[in-house]
Design a protein around this ligand. Sequence first.
Ligand code: HEM
Length: 400
Amino acid sequence: MPATPPAQVRYSAVAMALHWLIALAVLLLLGSGMTMTRMAPGLLSFDLYQWHKALGITVLALTLLRIIWRLTHRPPPLPDSMPRLERLAAHLGHAGLYALLLVLPLTGWAMVSASPLNIPTTWFNLFLIPHLPTPETLEARKALESGLEELHGIGGWLMLALVGVHVAAALRHALILRDGIFSRMVPARAPTLRQLAWAILPVLAIAAAFAFRGPALEQADRTAALTDAAPASAADSWIIDPARSRLGFRGTQMGAPFEGEFRRFTAEIVFDPDRPDSGHVLAVVDTGSAHTGDSQKDTALPQADWFDVGAFPEARFEAGSFRRTGPDSYEAIGSLTIRGMQRPVALPFTLADEGDATRATGRVQLIRTEFGVGQGQFATGDWVALEADVTVDLVARRAR
Ligand code: HEM
């Protein structure tokens, strides 16, 4: 069997180009997907998410092209010498790859569309990719998002496995059997410098577009760095003045009220009072910074019975939208996670103009045991009341 098949048993140039482009993109998507979901949120993870989404959508478009090409151009037949079982395995493997090449981008796209964070997807910062239709209610969107996230994750592992088998089979044909099957998918001649330059040009153009950041995307980044993606473009970013802001808590011990505050927290807020539903917020609180001024309480709070700071150094409040409840009052609708336990929370607050800034004050009552705060003898309200208030007094100004 010849190692270099004649032209009529080779794939066409278009089929080859699509095959290798998709192969490269899928490897980059598997790598970026596995990395970005395991790294700490930050600017780098934000860029990776953006890049992953844009490349994933590109793969969807290339796969559709590939399917159309394949339906209209018959691939070269497999050699008669190939055992039936191997043929079947090859067809099944290819069908599985095609299925995953559709399922992965579609679940990814639907997942980011369903996310209550309402975060747009751009194609390498060049244009906006619209969201797919999603359910109306926040709960339904969250449930859909987490279901799709799981499917997308499982799909990623299946793809990794199938790509592994596919590469192993290709290498077997190329290095052990030397039956020309592998060579059907590579060009007969090495590409000229000119052809290579043409191939690299679009990649450079995309890289340049990605490096260029318009003002809307700049702003999107700041918030998205923490929320894993970019916010609705028309919403406004707010910068908190830490010196004038306070995140407090109130509780009752043996009938006596006490107060404290979290001395370290960050909050990324995107909020336009005229379009409250398009905003979102992510506040990350250092649980080890809880301070009441009472040495007994301050010693107890970081311990395993209370915030268990060693295991859960952060608490998070994430809201996917705001709702207007009065002329200057709103509600941030989202979830609070303390000690790894996430519960839906709506935080009511009012806005007041402070001249150079805006003050947001709000209060929400929690049942601390819903978050596992107060274990053992403190799990009942006998010593410390189960109701605890979180008070928010933030002074912020618009980022632009
Ligand atoms: C062939 C195309 C794609 C492949 C091979 C792929 C692969 C992956 C992989 C391996 C992960 C990590 C899963 C995990 O370990 O938890 C991931 C995560 C993710 N992908 Fe994709 N992906 C593709 C397309 C897309 C598209 C089109 C979008 C959105 C427009 C997207 C959005 C996401 C998001 C948001 C996550 C993070 C999910 C999470 O937070 O757990 N992906 N992807």
